[in-house]
Design a protein around this ligand. Structure first.
Ligand code: BGC
Length: 371
């Protein structure tokens, strides 16, 4: 592989109906990896990495035009391809929570529930951006201010997210936020990966390791019951790397509710305290030999096996995105935490700073069966 100089390049990506311009930032790490981030939704529209043979493919689902992310078909199925999610990743039951004696009503956009920030979450907002190069790598910093009352949330939330692509083949995602009133905050990144290349078919052969010995079971509308359930002896035990599809069809009420995996896993921290990076997941694609490792400061990770993709969306390579043609691993606090006294708190108070870091590390291995 030829080594090049790391670089960042800015280009026009499109225009919103109100005339505002959407920019794309192309990041190259000089080591064979490049990625594109747009200022609409902070979406990663492409991420290209070499496989074990050195062939470069785009390994995230998405589109190469703004229209792809704004079409009626896209909005109807609302998969949140590649987007930054806020103010709250995953669901808040019935879009309602009580904080300091006040009941807040949020936008409901998932049956009776609030999902991924509401009707117009951070994934559909235009972010202010600037690129940077530093000792760690090349990147783009995105800023968005969510006004008091937006989608029903209290407080004006100043949000800053940076993506850094490093020479060590990592993507580092740093999240910061401050508020002027207490509010729930749970930011995440919603890329769908296919480590054999986007549009290449199903991800059920990918081998997944999750560093979790419990998960949060849900009801039939995907709201956590509040229980932390041991994964031992269940299809949710990924402590040893296992193909995603190995047990996905088993008779299991939780798999029926999710139509596959769509669950929050509770990460093992050993002695690492809250706020320290721990390994969360490792995924290997057998054919391409691509490996993705995820580390995070968050307590949980949502493993979503792309169950609701149904082939209606045609991706940037011209292929239909069928059921399970991508998976998401969303580092996060647990779903519905504002209504779950037993879950780690997601409330950010004035004077505090929300800080969270997630690292994706890309590599390759040649032995299909090694995990
Ligand atoms: C959720 C799924 C949802 C998907 C797309 C995931 O984070 O867990 O239930 O269908 O996002 O909206």
């Amino acid at each position: 592989m030829t080594t090049q100089t790391p670089s960042v390049e800015k280009q026009r990506f499109g225009q919103l109906p109100d005339g505002r311009k959407v920019e794309a930032y192309h990041l190259r790490n000089g080591h064979g990896i490049d990625m594109t981030v747009i200022t609409y939704g902070g979406i990663i529209t492409s991420l290209r990495t070499p496989d074990a043979q050195g062939n470069v493919d785009d390994i995230v689902l998405g589109f190469d035009s703004l229209e792809g992310y704004r079409s009626d078909a896209y909005r109807q199925s609302n998969p949140y391809f590649g987007a930054l999610i806020g103010r709250y990743g995953n669901r808040i039951a019935e879009g309602r929570f009580m904080l300091d004696g006040t009941t807040y009503e949020l936008a409901t956009n998932d049956g009776p529930h609030h999902l991924h920030g509401g009707d117009k979450g951070f994934d559909k907002r235009l972010w202010q951006a600037h690129s940077f190069e530093n000792d760690t790598g090349v990147g783009v910093e995105l800023r968005y201010t969510s006004e008091d009352g937006e989608e029903g949330y209290p407080g004006r939330l100043d949000t800053r997210v940076t993506y850094t692509l490093t020479a060590d083949d990592e993507v580092i995602i740093d999240y910061h936020a401050t508020t002027d009133k207490a509010t729930p905050v749970n930011l995440t990144q919603h890329s769908y990966f296919n480590l054999a290349g986007e549009g290449s078919g199903s991800i059920v052969d990918h081998r997944l390791m999750l560093n979790a010995d419990a998960f949060t079971p849900v009801d039939d509308t995907l709201i956590p019951t509040g229980e932390l359930r041991d994964v031992a002896g269940t299809p949710f035990d990924f402590r040893d790397a296992t193909p995603i599809g190995a047990r996905i069809g088993e008779e299991n009420t939780q798999l029926v509710y999710g139509q596959g995996y769509d669950h929050n896993f509770v990460l093992v921290r050993d002695d690492a305290s809250a706020g320290e990076l721990v390994t969360a997941a490792r995924v290997v694609a057998p054919q391409s030999g691509r490996v993705l490792e995820i580390a995070t400061t968050e307590p949980g990770i949502q493993f979503y096996s792309g169950n609701f993709l149904d082939g209606t969306l045609i991706g940037k390579g011209g292929d239909a995105y069928e059921k399970r043609s991508g998976f998401a691993l969303e580092t996060q606090h647990f779903p519905d935490s504002p209504n779950q006294a037993g879950f780690p708190s997601t409330i950010l108070a004035p004077g505090e700073t929300y800080e969270s870091r997630t690292v994706w590390r890309f590599s390759t291995q040649r032995d299909d069966n090694a995990s």
